[in-house]
Design a protein around this ligand. Structure first.
Ligand SMILES: *Cc1c(COP(=O)(O)O)cnc(C)c1O
Length: 698
């Protein structure tokens, strides 16, 4: 158990020669992970041992190697310079925003954060968004802290057996090899907060992860004071059992507010990023009520401090509970229960958040329309008006998601500081076509190498015959049009449309102008139909001549997402409208010069500019799901056959696909100007944090 352990980072520093101490400072803050020279600096210390985790690297590098590195002036200077840049970044004064300051920051609550692959406390788009939000807040010097949970068993690992059936396992994270700083009390013991759940005191310690300038506080109930079941509360991300999940939400929300108090942080604003943390608003009201303010007035006062973002219209993301389920966990009185009232006598966290926040927003323009209709019963519009849910379209953190080849190309042509200079973006048009196409070629080649490496490893793990294992070295072709489809295998994402008409799909793979397809994604551990679909996709490898053109990459995570969104030429998304609230993987692809082919839903309703930036399928639900699927699959094949494949393979005398490159430029400009986290954060500051309206009717 890690409860008794001190800080591994101190031990790591202690074993380094003084010349290398800057590396320990860098390893203790995830800031390095989004600097262009960050990973390479650690790799230089020990290329053989480098697996992307600096804490583990510094712990494991043999002493002899440390000694020789300390005598390498280039490496020492490089580490010192990077550490100095970090110190300068951390020393910048905070921006003054919406009454927030370093002493009174915005507290951003979320059940998951995808900051780095080594810290697997995320499972999908919500976590990705939250991780990007923190990084962008750091870059923008926004006074913000994150609040979340430390799941030792976070995102599960996926393995397929030789039949293609998914198996899951969890690897318990070792806090000793993560950049976790224990928050300590005045005696040097772990600082703990306490929440009353099921009539028992549940304790949680607080870890801090430094995300650049932004501290992310993670609560962890695995402490000796707790009984075995309470110790388990934060053990697993989105556990199947509803009571456990509710306890997680209570620890996150109520425990989170208490943790801020224990740390002496007075939040100017509490941002509930998705409904999981809704009980935080109640906790703020309860604090005021405890000081003698009548409950209704306490809710009104707290409301000014709370903003809410809803992230999905899918019902699994807006769970409802029997009053008894909540009562077994928390003592909520009548007035409190009314705030969470949902339909059919049930209670909901989204409802609670909508009724206790001064501002609520959806995550794309389309999702705004959907959310306003969906939550009309909760937020009764003022006479004749509309339900007050606004939208801020999501964006992705450019330094994290733009891969080095593209970044270097744009640095060379747009000048320093271009990501924050809208005038510089006009220069994209003038980048020589051959240079842009060469960069895309490098990205595709890198992706093919990645696919081959992963395929060999996956086949070895599955115990496949040796000839088949070694055949993986010949899969994929760096000159062939490459499609990617990678995301959670949830029913509404409609992965099955790819093989709706298997003969037509296979003809595309085998044609004289072929395409190759990369698929990745995890099915929820309890979702057998989704696993069966993965198995059907996996079986494509048995089709003659398709086996070298289709690959299923196991264990989709942040790292796989980075490789695939960087290297694929076309990023495919086929959600059943209107269930894709936003979607962000397509933005990552566009930032790397990939083109989107997507159903018009979520962010693509804003990004699709009549064909200039990619391709769209205008899906409609007439005639039921099956009819819709048949139409949308046919539209997908048609677009591929008639437009995508010809445009990719049509080359001029210089060997360049000019119309394709024109699309890349339009799509890249679109992504940089409208779908980065930088634009998103500006919108939050202007429209949510700054422009709150008090007293939403409920
Ligand atoms: C970006 C990202 C997502 C979100 O993808 P969408 O399919 O667009 O919702 C999910 N998981 C990971 C690991 C990501 O990096």
């Amino acid at each position: 158990m890690h409860g008794a352990k001190g800080c591994m980072l101190d031990e790591v520093r202690a074993r380094l020669p003084e010349e290398l101490h800057p590396l320990a400072a860098l390893a203790g803050n995830l800031w390095w992970s989004w600097q262009p020279d960050g990973p390479a600096t650690f790799r230089a210390l020990d290329p053989e041992r480098w697996r992307g985790n600096p804490v583990r690297l510094l712990r494991d590098v043999p002493r002899a190697r440390l000694q020789s590195a300390a005598r390498d002036p280039e490496l020492v200077a490089r580490a010192a310079s990077l550490a100095r840049r970090m110190a300068d970044d951390l020393a910048r004064p905070a921006a003054a925003v919406a009454g927030a300051s370093a002493a009174c920051p915005i507290a951003f609550f979320c059940a998951e954060f995808a900051v780095h692959p080594s810290l697997a406390i995320y499972s999908g788009g919500l976590g990705g968004l939250a991780g990007d939000f923190l990084k962008e807040a750091s870059d923008a010097a926004l006074p913000l802290v994150g609040v979340g949970l430390f799941y030792a068993r976070g995102y599960f690992r996926q393995r397929l057996d030789p039949s293609g059936w998914q198996h899951e396992h969890w690897i318990a994270a070792d806090p000793g090899e993560l950049p976790l700083h224990p928050e300590l009390d005045s005696e040097g013991a772990p600082r703990k907060i306490c929440v009353d759940l099921r009539g028992r005191a549940v304790y949680a310690r607080i870890w801090r992860v430094d995300v650049g300038r932004v501290p992310l506080y993670l609560l962890d109930t695995d402490v000796p004071e707790n009984d075995p079941t309470s110790r388990w509360i934060t053990a697993t991300l989105y556990v199947g059992d509803r009571a456990f999940r509710l306890m997680q939400y209570a620890v996150l929300a109520m425990g989170g507010v208490r943790a801020l108090r224990a740390l002496g942080i007075e939040p100017a604003l509490v941002h509930l990023n998705e409904g999981h943390a809704a009980l935080a608003a109640l906790e703020l009201a309860r604090e005021r009520a405890a000081r003698g303010v009548p409950f209704a007035a306490a809710v009104e006062l707290s409301r000014r401090q709370v903003v809410f973002t809803t992230h999905t219209p899918v019902s699994a993301g807006n769970e409802r509970y029997e009053p008894g389920e909540l009562a077994a966990l928390l003592r909520l009185d009548e007035a409190e229960l009314r705030l969470a009232e949902s339909e059919h006598g049930l209670l909901g966290m989204t409802e609670l958040a909508l009724r206790t926040a001064s501002s609520s927003n959806a995550v794309s323009r389309r999702h705004g329309e959907v959310a306003r209709a969906m939550w009309r019963h909760v937020l009764t519009p003022p006479e004749g008006g509309e339900t007050r849910i606004s939208h801020v379209t999501n964006g992705v953190h450019l330094p994290t998601w733009m891969s080095p080849p593209l970044r270097e190309l744009l640095d060379a042509h747009l000048g320093p500081g271009w990501p924050r200079d809208p005038r510089a973006w006009r220069g994209i048009e003038a980048i020589p076509d051959e240079e842009l196409w060469a960069a895309r070629g490098r990205l595709r080649s890198r992706l093919v190498e990645f696919v081959r490496g992963r395929s060999i490893a996956d086949r070895l793990q599955r115990g496949e015959p040796i000839a088949y294992v070694e055949g993986a070295a010949r899969v994929f072709d760096p000159s062939v049009l490459t499609l990617g489809f990678a995301r959670r295998v949830a029913a509404y994402k409609r992965l099955h449309l790819l093989i709706h008409d298997p003969a037509r799909a296979l003809a595309l793979l085998r044609g004289p102008r072929p395409l190759q397809v990369l698929i990745a994604g995890k099915a929820h551990p309890r979702d057998d139909p989704a696993k069966a679909l993965v198995q059907r996709i996996f079986a494509l490898k048995n089709e003659p001549s398709a086996s070298t053109r289709v690959a299923f990459i196991e264990d989709y995570d942040l790292e796989v997402a980075g490789e695939l969104t960087a290297g694929c030429d076309v990023w495919v998304n086929l959600p059943r409208p209107p269930l894709e609230a936003c979607g962000t993987s397509g933005m990552k692809s566009a930032l790397n010069g990939g083109l989107n082919l997507s159903v018009l839903d979520g962010w693509w309703c804003e990004g699709f500019e009549g064909g200039a930036t990619g391709w769209a399928i205008a899906s409609d639900g007439a005639g039921g799901d099956e009819a819709q699927d048949a139409r949308d699959a046919a539209a997908l094949y048609e677009l591929l056959e008639r437009e995508v494949v010809p445009a990719f393979y049509e080359r001029d005398a210089a060997g360049l696909p000019r119309s394709w490159i024109a699309r890349i430029k339009a799509s890249l400009s679109m992504a940089i100007s409208r779908f980065t986290a930088s634009r998103m954060l500006d919108d939050y500051v202007a429209r949510v944090y700054g422009g709150r309206r008090d007293g939403l009717s409920s």
